[in-house]
Design a protein around this ligand. Structure first.
Ligand code: PEP
Ligand code: MG
Length: 575
């Protein structure tokens, strides 16, 4: 059947390929067909996983500490009961036999059915029991795969696969890098979620917020993904396929043309030089940074070194990673952000489930609460500063107390390095991210105490408009053009410039060509973005005259009606 799905376009490009379905984030499982002669083995594997989970639960019950509450027994009894439920113990077996699918998939499908059953209960207590079902299935899956399974087997199609998931965490997506899916589709997610940011970094067309893609699509469906419009065409006819193949070629050609701008300086028509820096997640991203002619790294999201790990990287490993980037950039600025863990970037072993993670213990708050973790990173960063032009950037600062505490930490680490005779750059620049409205409004202390600022528009918009950036249900309210956002941007850029302190934008707004001119008009001279967006932004800069856009930028700042703002922005971009 031929049909179309619409979602939020987060990474441009056009892809044609076959759907490869994976399941819910915590229960990511591959779906594949088994040859008839492997069925018996698969059934044995399934039975063994059930038996092993049963022993695990029984052993837990036997070893329960004396002081543990009686609810603990009740909880384990319930889990043992769920394990014996025919939806979990028998139905998947039948499905494996009938459909020749792998055990993980059968288990997952049957779990979804049982969860739906629980969801239909009027009684809130019974409805909540779906969580127990999920936990039991997770336990079986871990036994089946040896660990939580995420990564599907390599493609056996001649066209590349298109990943279809209900949701993919940023950590999982980084892991999928080598698999090179030709596109990524998810039911959940917003345009500035970290998953979307990673997809852009992979240069892979991506559409999120599709709501029911994983339910509606079948393994192997032929798909066209239009990452520009946020459209997915399922089982297209020949004519549509031919049209899109043509557009795909044109897209490739445009990208090739942009490559010619690589060595050119990014200056406006009136001769103002603009710095176009790159955002990276890992040292392995450096070749792309160079290919796209970045004049520095504006944001190294160092927390990605921590994700997908059982053992956290120690000082030496971190030092090597930071040094590799510092040396690799050969004297160009390298801005390394201290860990921004928490919210949608959780450690593997993070047991804390905050009720509101975006407002919880994340970024600098977490670092200040975990002195050992923070000190280790600061030591590695300062040591790396000896080998290149390293700047240290601190995320999520809200005001004086956190700034003072952070600077004190840095001073202490410097003192320790001095005592040990370890070299570092004594003049290393310390900057703060402006991503909380409070920081933008009480900017004076940032200007007085820090060497540079970087505006994280992804979070600044999230917190200003009270919109969860990862929630597709409110994605339509995520508005970089909201007058409050524009006011804060203009205020921060204007105040920092007046005070003579460098200011950049490193959120996704910096790489979105719709906003390049607007940001230039607000006085921004330093942008940091995904490497894949750099050349497009350079083309924009090269065709912009700052005196020409001054008046219209002021009009946009004053506009109160969103339609008028859009109209003015279109006019600005058509100049
Ligand atoms: C931001 O918030 O704009 C930013 C650059 O940081 P992150 O996207 O990693 O939260
Ligand atoms: Mg941020």
């Amino acid at each position: 059947m031929n049909f179309t799905l619409h979602g939020i376009a987060v990474s441009s490009g056009i892809a044609v390929g076959h759907a490869h379905l994976i399941s819910h984030t915590a229960l990511e499982v591959a779906h594949y067909k088994l040859p008839g002669d492997m069925l018996a083995e698969e059934l044995t594997r399934f039975d063994a996983a059930l038996a092993s989970t049963r022993s695990e639960l029984t052993a837990l019950r036997a070893s329960r500490p004396q002081q543990a509450a009686a609810e603990f027994d009740a909880f384990l009894d319930l889990h043992l009961m769920i394990l014996c439920d025919e939806h979990i113990s028998r139905a998947p077996r039948e499905m494996i036999e009938r459909e020749h699918c792998n055990a993980e998939w059968a288990l997952k499908v049957k779990m979804d059915e049982l969860v739906a059953h629980f969801e239909a209960f009027d009684d809130a207590y019974l409805r909540e029991r779906k969580t127990d079902v999920t936990q039991v299935v997770e336990r079986i899956l871990k036994t089946l795969t040896g660990q939580p399974g995420h990564v599907p087997p390599a493609s056996n199609h001649d066209t590349k696969m298109i990943l279809v998931a209900h949701d993919v965490s940023p950590a999982d997506l980084i892991q999928l890098k080598p698999h090179q899916f030709s596109a990524i589709l998810t039911d959940l997610g917003g345009a500035t979620s970290h998953t979307a940011i990673i997809a852009r970094g992979l240069n892979t067309p991506c559409v999120v917020g599709l709501h029911h893609a994983r339910e509606l699509l079948r393994e192997n469906d032929l798909l066209i993904v239009d990452g520009e419009q946020g459209v997915v065409i399922v089982n297209p006819d020949k004519q549509i396929l031919a049209d899109y193949r043509l557009r795909q070629d044109q897209f490739g050609l445009e990208r090739k043309k942009l490559k010619r701008l690589k060595a050119m300086l990014a200056s406006t028509l009136d001769g103002t030089q603009i710095e176009l820096h790159a955002n990276i997640e890992l040292p392995q991203d450096l070749p792309e940074v160079k290919e796209n002619g970045a004049t520095g790294i504006g944001l190294f999201r160092s927390e990605f070194l921590f994700l997908n790990r059982d053992v956290l990287p120690g000082e030496e490993e971190q030092f090597e990673a930071y040094r590799a980037v510092a040396e690799g950039m050969e004297g160009l600025p390298v801005t390394i952000r201290t860990f921004d863990l928490g919210a949608d970037k959780q450690l593997n072993d993070a047991q804390r489930v905050a009720s509101n993670p975006a407002l919880g213990l994340r970024a600098i708050r977490l670092c200040l609460a975990e002195p050992k973790l923070f000190r280790t990173q600061l030591r590695a960063l300062l040591r790396a500063s000896h080998y290149g032009n390293v700047h240290i950037l601190v995320p999520m600062l809200s005001g004086t107390a956190e700034i003072n505490q952070t600077l004190q930490f840095i001073a202490n680490v410097k003192q320790a390095l001095d005592a040990e005779g370890i070299p570092y750059n004594r003049e290393v620049q310390i900057g703060g991210m402006v991503e909380i409205p409070a920081a933008a409004l009480a900017l004076n202390v940032f200007i007085k105490k820090l060497d540079f600022l970087s505006i994280g528009t992804n979070d600044l918009i999230q917190y200003t408009l009270a919109i969860d950036r990862t929630d597709e249900e409110v994605a339509h309210l995520y508005d970089p053009l909201h007058p409050a956002v524009l006011y804060l941007l203009s205020h921060v850029i204007g105040s920092a410039t007046k005070a003579g302190i460098p200011v950049a934008v490193c959120g996704e707004m910096a790489g979105d060509l719709a906003y390049t001119r607007l940001l230039l008009g607000l006085g921004l001279r330093q942008f940091s973005m995904n490497p894949a967006q750099l050349l497009g932004a350079k083309q924009r800069v090269l065709t912009t005259s700052l005196p020409q856009i001054a008046t219209i930028t002021q009009k946009i700042l004053r506009a109160e009606d969103p339609l008028k703002t859009r109209e003015l922005l279109d006019k600005l971009n058509a100049m």
